[in-house]
Design a protein around this ligand. Structure first.
Ligand code: ZN
Length: 514
């Protein structure tokens, strides 16, 4: 159990609140109260009765691990039970009756007078009636009492809010919790631009329902926005057109106008609750999920800096200590890491969305290879933009080696857990090209890696150009061949990752936040 617990590094969630007004400070405990309700609700959805379970567990380490996992199943190990006497986690968690099969559910959907809408809703539980038939129970009925508590706290916070947009959002969100109608509050959330405090709260993501992916799980983030970063990002957004025109590809591949519609901001998290606090911690959010709201208002991307910092300090730094050569080790720095992440997001908006012949979107043309290539593009184009901005004196940290070495350490972190995700493959592709260009090299005498800053600059521009052309050409065969040849684990890397495996570096973090 100690070993399991050691996979998580404990970090205090801290943020600078000195810029807040008196009233904003008074709002925070109310927002946290509302968030704590989401924690209770997520327990009910993921497992059931938390107190009965915890009462059975004597060992303090095991109790802590139950709390981290919101149940007796290990979220970092494919949900295997880690307490004796528990069967594997039901794929439908506690959203559906434990003895229900997929076939039974699908048959009930076919028979239902509403076409199955209530049974498949994001916001209903599936239960059995007295005769054993499947019925849908709306969240706002099933969890009415707890939701009242959350709504009351949001409304009290709304009364204190000085920002009109935030006040309106909090009122509408309270209403949404009690009715399961979230769209008006999602729209109000997108309209609110000048608030400093924020709360993401409600049933939002559907990953906890591994049976069908229909049911949304409760969660909350209490957040404070960084206004300085918002100003800086607005400044960079104004330069996107120019950055696009400077991309290292022929004109045809950069004729589109880069997207600036969605908004990107930096926050510190004050509280995590429910789904987002279970197991591995979210460090970036892109919401809302409601496609109608997305079409009307775009989406908002939130980068949670202090949560990122926690993972950087506890996971990336120990990896860099082992795999980056001593003379370059001081280059691994949180500011550089954060800039890499942020400009990765900015870079998603650059380049090309439709193929050159205009027939398809790049996503349609490149199918299953799209995500990995797009993530790789965002990484290298992000570094490319950093180079351009640094040259113009737009960044505080101007030495590109900082960004490059930090990026290399990030690759080791990303591929450590396998290459099955788009991000994992993207990192392998980049690694492959950087080795071939001799922009990075392993020093076998010291068993660690080093960046060549001059070659790196050229290699990044080359790879960015290559990816942009693959996207613009929309040639699926070429893209699939490219991923197959270069999205593979280099043998030098494999040995080093094995070395890391023995070093018991934490896998994720857990927040001290109460
Ligand atoms: Zn991305």
């Amino acid at each position: 159990m100690k070993q399991r617990l050691n996979k998580y590094a404990v970090v205090r969630l801290e943020a600078d609140l000195s810029g807040l007004t008196e009233r904003e400070r008074q709002m925070i405990p109310l927002l946290k109260n509302a968030a704590r309700v989401m924690d209770e609700l997520f327990w009910l959805q993921a497992y059931g009765d938390k107190l009965t379970l915890l009462a059975k567990v004597r060992d303090p380490d095991a109790r802590r691990y139950v709390e981290i996992n919101y149940g007796p199943w290990d979220r970092l190990e494919g949900n295997v039970p880690f307490l004796d006497g528990f069967s594997p986690k039901p794929p439908g968690a506690n959203f559906y009756p434990p003895d229900m099969t997929k076939e039974e559910f699908e048959a009930a959907v076919k028979k239902a007078p509403d076409g199955g809408r209530a049974l498949q809703s994001l916001y209903t539980l599936v239960r059995r009636d007295a005769a054993g038939a499947l019925i849908a129970q709306p969240y706002h009925q099933a969890y009415g009492l707890l939701l009242e508590v959350a709504a009351r706290n949001l409304r009290e916070a709304a009364r204190l809010a000085e920002d009109a947009g935030l006040r309106r959002y909090l009122e509408l969100r309270a209403e949404a919790l009690l009715t399961d109608k979230y769209q008006p509050s999602d729209l109000a959330w997108m309209d609110m631009k000048t608030n400093r405090l924020d709360i993401v709260i409600g049933p939002i993501e559907t990953y906890e329902d591994r049976l069908f992916g229909y049911k949304a799980a409760y969660e909350a983030f209490v957040l404070v926005k960084d206004k300085e970063w918002s100003r800086r990002l607005a400044r960079y957004a104004a330069m996107l057109g120019e950055l696009q025109r400077g991309l290292p590809v022929p004109d045809a591949y950069k004729r589109e106008t880069p997207g600036t519609a969605s908004d990107l901001n930096v926050y510190d998290a004050l509280y995590y609750a429910g789904d987002c606090n279970a197991g591995s911690k979210t460090i970036a959010i892109n919401l809302p999920n409601d496609e109608e709201v997305q079409l009307r208002k775009g989406t908002r991307r939130l980068q949670l800096r202090n949560a990122m910092r926690a993972k950087f300090d506890k996971i990336l730094v120990p990896i860099a200590d082992r795999l980056i050569a001593a003379d370059q080790r001081p280059r691994v720095h949180f500011d550089a890491f954060f800039a890499n992440v942020l400009f990765h997001e900015v870079a998603h908006g650059l380049g090309i969305k439709r193929t050159l012949d205009g027939k398809l979107t790049v996503r349609e043309a490149l199918k299953d290879t799209y995500s990995a290539l797009e993530e790789c593009k965002a990484d290298v184009l992000g570094l490319y933009i950093i180079g351009r901005l640094a040259a113009r004196g737009e960044l505080e940290r101007t030495d590109l080696l900082d960004y490059y070495v930090t990026y290399l350490a990030g690759i080791f972190r990303s591929v450590r857990f396998g290459a099955s995700s788009a991000h994992g493959i993207a990192n392998l592709i980049a690694f492959h090209h950087l080795i071939r260009a001799q922009a990075i090299a392993r020093d076998d005498r010291v068993g660690a890696w080093r960046v060549d800053v001059g070659r790196m600059q050229g290699a990044i521009a080359d790879l960015a150009g290559r990816l942009l052309r693959l996207q613009g050409d929309g040639d699926y065969q070429a893209a699939a061949g490219f991923v197959k040849e270069t999205g593979i684990l280099a043998p030098e890397l494999e040995a080093d990752l094995e070395r890391l495996g023995g070093a018991s570096i934490p896998v994720d973090v857990v927040f001290e936040q109460d």
